[in-house]
Ligand binder design. Structure first.
Ligand SMILES: Cc1ncc(COP(=O)(O)O)c(C=O)c1O
Length: 425
């Protein structure tokens, strides 16, 4: 099982049987409030019949279309619809099947882009400590989670370096929204440029808000400075928006929320509301155009059997339709005040070291049990699940990201349950 304590799970399985709106139901019939949108993906809530029907119609009409040297209309329609939401200038789309594939695709595009423009030396990639970019060799190489790299450290990509992470508990604990201290950490990029020489660096990849290592919100001004330094040195900036995309922050994408436009962005999860696996890389037109200058023929030797799978495109189109009709991409803004104050009310509970939030994202960092990292948060996860609320934990941080259709009463239920569970110490 993926990222699962297999033996613990099999001794005490947690099986989900169905889902609708804000809820799951377990195989034994218990209703569970979903405070994680599945895994940061079911942004429009569960069981959307519009999506199910669109997928069924598509499978009956055109079940599969090869993407190599062939196409089908809904792939292009989805690309067009998607780029109506992405920041201006990011309007070329390459479809994948997951966040990990999107990351590998974006890294490969970045390196190839410099090569087709006559700068083949620009191959180095820069990620960040505590970054998560999926589990492909590219993703774990630029990622910065020790446990995800340890087993493969000798076989990760060469030519990768990492920026320091931006978490500064001493200065920023219990920040509401973007923390005040830490913009200068972006200047570490100048240090890496001096060390490796800009002429050898292809791209910097970061999550605007890091989710999987415990919800790290960018310090004010940090992303802007990273952008400036990349521009100064001709380095491409990739935002991994696999979890921040599709309304999580209160804007369609974190790029718009923070007013910083990357050169490439990686997407997945919310693109199809989690219903059918699909990811995408969105690139600036200038990047696409660079590939179109060479001799006629295949411009990019890259792609997947299931790139732009018709069923995934149908799911994506139906999902984007729901987001727009129900104004879900900005709904987090309306709810974030209630979310934030309910969250910070937990501040004085035992073992709470930090609470950090943005849009409909929350991290509650707990003090680890001596010698048992992750155990305290995992215990909280089990207790919440017993009480009918599904939360997610990463290390000793509880990380929440509910569907964007959440109502105030459900926000109350989440935090009342967390209070009960955390009060027990
Ligand atoms: C920022 C980020 N990038 C990439 C991924 C990998 O996505 P997937 O699990 O679909 O491969 C994730 C998954 O959580 C993610 O949070």
């Amino acid at each position: 099982m993926p990222f699962t304590a297999n033996r613990q799970f099999k001794a005490s399985p947690r099986l989900l049987a169905r889902a609708s709106g804000m809820h799951y139901w377990t195989a034994d019939g218990r209703q569970i409030l979903d405070a994680v949108a599945g895994l940061w993906c079911v942004n429009a809530g569960h069981g959307r019949t519009e999506i199910a029907q669109a997928v069924a119609r598509q499978l009956e009409t055109l079940d599969y279309a090869p993407g190599f040297q062939m196409g089908h209309a809904s792939a292009f329609t989805l690309a067009n619809e998607l780029t109506r939401l992405t920041p201006a200038g990011l309007d070329r789309v390459f479809f994948t099947n997951s966040g990990s594939e999107s990351v590998d695709t974006a890294l490969k595009i970045a390196v190839a882009y410099h090569r087709v423009r006559g700068e083949p030396g620009r191959t180095r990639l820069i990620g960040r400590e505590r970054g998560y970019h999926g589990v492909g060799f590219g993703g774990i190489s630029v990622g910065g989670i020790p446990a995800n790299r340890r087993m493969w450290s000798a076989v990760t990509l060469p030519g990768v370096d990492h920026l320091p992470h931006t978490h500064d508990a001493a200065k920023n604990a219990f920040s509401r929204g973007a923390p005040e201290h830490g913009a200068q950490l972006a200047d570490e990029l100048e240090r890496l440029v001096a060390l490796h020489d800009a002429a050898n660096i292809a791209a910097v990849i970061i999550e605007p808000i890091a989710g999987s290592t415990g919800v790290l919100i960018p310090p004010r001004g940090y992303l802007q400075r990273i952008r400036q330094i990349c521009d100064k040195h001709g380095i491409l900036l990739i935002f991994d928006e696999v979890i921040t995309g599709f309304g999580r922050t209160g804007s369609a994408f974190a790029a718009q929320e923070f007013g910083v436009t990357p050169d490439l962005m990686t997407l997945a999860k919310g693109l199809t509301n989690g219903s059918i696996p699909m990811g995408a890389v969105v690139a600036k037109k200038s990047i696409y155009d660079a590939f179109m200058q060479g001799p006629d023929g295949i411009e990019l030797f890259h792609g997947y059997t299931y790139s732009a799978h018709p069923a995934a495109c149908a799911a994506g189109l139906a999902t984007l339709g729901i987001y727009q009709q129900e104004r879900l991409l900005t709904r987090a803004k309306t709810l974030s005040g209630a979310w934030e104050s309910a969250a910070h009310d937990l501040r004085s509970l035992p073992h709470v070291l930090d609470i950090r939030n943005y849009g409909l994202i929350l991290g509650i960092e707990l003090e680890p049990l001596a010698g048992k990292p992750g155990a305290r948060a995992f215990e909280a996860f089990l207790r919440c699940f017993e009480r009918g609320v599904f939360i997610r934990t990463t290390g000793d941080t509880i990380a929440l990201s509910p569907p964007l259709i959440i109502e105030n009463a459900q926000i109350d239920q989440i935090f009342t349950t967390l209070r009960e569970v955390l009060s027990r110490g």
